[in-house]
Design a protein around this ligand. Structure first.
Ligand code: FES
Length: 87
């Protein structure tokens, strides 16, 4: 995994390899809902405004993944250096 930057809530967060977006945002003080944290429940689904997610969940269909409109923050990462989230 490569590091990447998540932009949301007017801030930038550096997501390091081995650390999820969810964990990174929480460590930065954001309150992000979650439940399974394994990519199966959908609780952490968040809108994507820019960038291309590396989807690793088991919930979105292939069409939904290709649409780049939302992602699961607990397991998915980024294919682009920056990912802008609707959060
Ligand atoms: Fe269940 Fe992310 S917390 S899909």
């Amino acid at each position: 995994d490569s590091p990447f930057t998540v932009v949301c809530s007017g801030r930038e967060f550096a997501v390091e390899p081995g650390v999820s977006i969810l964990e990174t945002l929480r460590a930065g003080g954001l309150d992000v809902p979650s439940s399974c944290e394994e990519g199966i429940c959908g609780t952490c689904e968040t809108g994507v405004l820019a960038g291309e997610p590396d989807h690793r969940d088991f919930l979105l269909t292939e069409e939904e993944k290709a649409a780049n409109q939302s992602m699961m923050l607990c397991v998915s990462r980024s294919r682009t250096p920056r990912l802008v989230l609707d959060l």
